[in-house]
Design a protein around this ligand. Sequence first.
Ligand SMILES: [Mg+2]
Length: 227
Amino acid sequence: MNNITNWVFDLDNTLYKAECGLFDKVHILMGKFIEEKLNLASGDAQALRSKYYHQYGTTLRGLMIEHQVNPNEYLDYVHQINYEVVQPNTSLAEILKSLNGKKYIFTNANFEHVEKVLEKLNMTNIFDGCFDISESDYMPKPHKEVYDSFQNKFNLDNSSTAMFEDLHINLKEPHKMGWQTVWVTNNLEYNLNKDVNQQEDIQKIIDEKGYISHVTDDLENFLKNVI
Ligand SMILES: [Mg+2]
């Protein structure tokens, strides 16, 4: 990856470990939002959350299309969480700072959430740009239009761009664009995809999908080895 000068990072479960549980808290509030909005029992709401996530890329997209939910109301609600579980990661911050070129955040969450997470991680003022879901009219990755909007905003040279993501499906479009792709795996990936539950499945996915250039379960170590 020594030709890379544009470093694009997903935020949640990529720049911090899924195991800290922050995103689990968001999931709980997503379910609660659905419970209240659609007047559903807790189990049914969580099932719908998962169904829309898989069908539309984000639960929000499903709620907007199927139930005309206001995206800002939803995003404000699901991010009313305690960010204390995210610990400062000074060593990763230092490595990110030392990467040659520009660094970007590319997220399906909103700016307010990004700011809070980066503050907890001790990573404010590292990134040259951030693209949040409001900038694509709430269309999430992995839809192609979102990557086009990202490209329009930052105008990156495809051959010198790499993207880091915990959800491998979000790397499909970047691979088509000629970016290098890095799948950052974690346990949550297994929770979200019930059919993936064993370590050896990772290699199977890489072989089958064909859009994953690199894989790591340790972003910090991975970056140390490429700079
Ligand atoms: Mg993520």
